[in-house]
Design a protein around this ligand. Structure first.
Ligand SMILES: [Zn+2]
Length: 361
């Protein structure tokens, strides 16, 4: 990796690298872009490039002690913060005892410290008689520790007060094209393209979690069994008996261990139904999410068996479950109800009336 190789975000990473090459580094950055577009990864690469013991044209060497420490997440001068316990806002204790205190520490190893605040919008939202989050942020920006670089990551820059935004150098991030992430995974980890595509979609397009998933051998095996179970459910749900259906839901649930993975898996499932519908309509490969691989086989099989309207209805139902997954902690129940509905949708004869909806009452 390195700023030169953040292919999902060539513009953001490239502009940072050029600034470093000219010796121009800001005291505070605001990385703004959609959730999961790689802001965290670029923040880490920025810290790596600045702290590198032998940088090359403004970028990290990737092999020195400092680079290795940043990469493994154990560099004492690079700290990432996010709201404790997955809360919606930063608790006051975390603001006072961690962020505020640690931002004023002297660097332990290198020339600088990096304080990366993820979901910066959650910092401003933290409530109380006074808005302690916003106060903390302003203090860090108005009276910065000379050797500390503050990096704020947010998907909602508009929520931050103008006083905060105007004191940071804005770096805009675009949603990365899946293609770039897929080629990164193929190049870095030697995955088959179809496998890399599954990992990219199931990680919601987030380069860091995709890399994390495929880098760990055990996780990778886990990911592939999730893929098998998901594809078998996609193909067979319409003809499964109820006991088989409950078993399939339990198998997917046990492999989609957290909300992010479940949401990613549901995203893949909806794309398979979508691809099936597009194939049924005679669309070209260019518009398919999965032009090849086991997902493409499943989509082709579905296209041969169901009318496009039925597959669109199935995709829509899966997307609804993906939205619900954020709110309901009962993942197994969510999958069971989804699979029952899908069985019903995929069993229903296509309603071919103009603009007709497939109903399952
Ligand atoms: Zn280095």
């Amino acid at each position: 990796m390195g700023l030169n190789h953040c292919e999902g975000q060539p513009y953001a990473a490239g502009s940072l690298r050029r600034a470093l090459e000219r010796g121009r580094m800001a005291q505070a950055y605001l990385f703004a872009g959609p959730e999961g577009c790689g802001k965290r990864l670029v923040a880490r690469e920025l810290a790596k490039a600045v702290l590198c013991e032998a940088p090359v044209s403004g970028d990290a060497c990737g092999t020195c002690r400092s680079c290795r420490l940043v990469e493994s997440g154990s560099h004492p001068d690079v700290e990432f913060f996010r709201p404790e316990g997955g809360k919606a806002s930063y608790p006051v204790r975390q603001l006072r005892e961690e962020i505020r205190r640690r931002a004023y520490l002297k660097p332990a190893l290198g020339p600088r410290r990096f304080i990366v605040i993820e979901r910066a919008e959650a910092l401003v939202r933290s409530s109380g008689a006074r808005n302690e989050g916003a106060d903390t942020l302003l203090k860090l920006l108005e009276e910065p520790a000379p050797q500390t670089c503050l990096v704020l990551l947010t998907s909602r820059p508009e929520v931050l007060p103008e006083t905060v935004r105007s004191r940071c150098q804005l770096v805009r991030f675009r949603p990365p094209p899946v293609g770039a992430l897929v080629s990164d995974l193929v190049r870095e980890y030697g995955l088959e393209e179809a496998e890399a595509r599954f990992a990219a979609y199931v990680s919601g397009g987030d380069p860091e979690s995709a890399a994390g998933l495929v880098a760990r051998r055990k996780e990778r095996k886990f990911l592939l069994s999730l893929r098998d179970r998901l594809l078998s459910a996609a193909r067979l749900l319409g003809t499964m008996s109820y006991p088989e259906l409950f078993e399939a839901a339990a198998a997917v649930e046990s492999h989609a261990r957290d909300w992010g993975l479940l949401s990613g898996a549901l995203g893949v499932l909806s794309l398979i139904y979508r691809d099936g519908a597009l194939r049924g309509l005679g669309a070209g490969e260019r518009v398919l999410a999965f032009p090849a691989g086991a997902e493409a086989e499943a989509a082709g099989e579905l296209a041969g068996r169901h009318a496009p309207e039925v597959l669109v209805a199935a995709a829509r139902r899966v997307l609804k479950a993906q939205g619900d997954a954020r709110r309901y902690p009962a993942r197994l129940l969510l999958l069971e109800v989804l699979f029952i509905d899908l069985k019903c949708i995929l069993r229903a004869p296509a309603d071919r009336r103009e603009g007709g909806e497939v109903s399952c009452s």
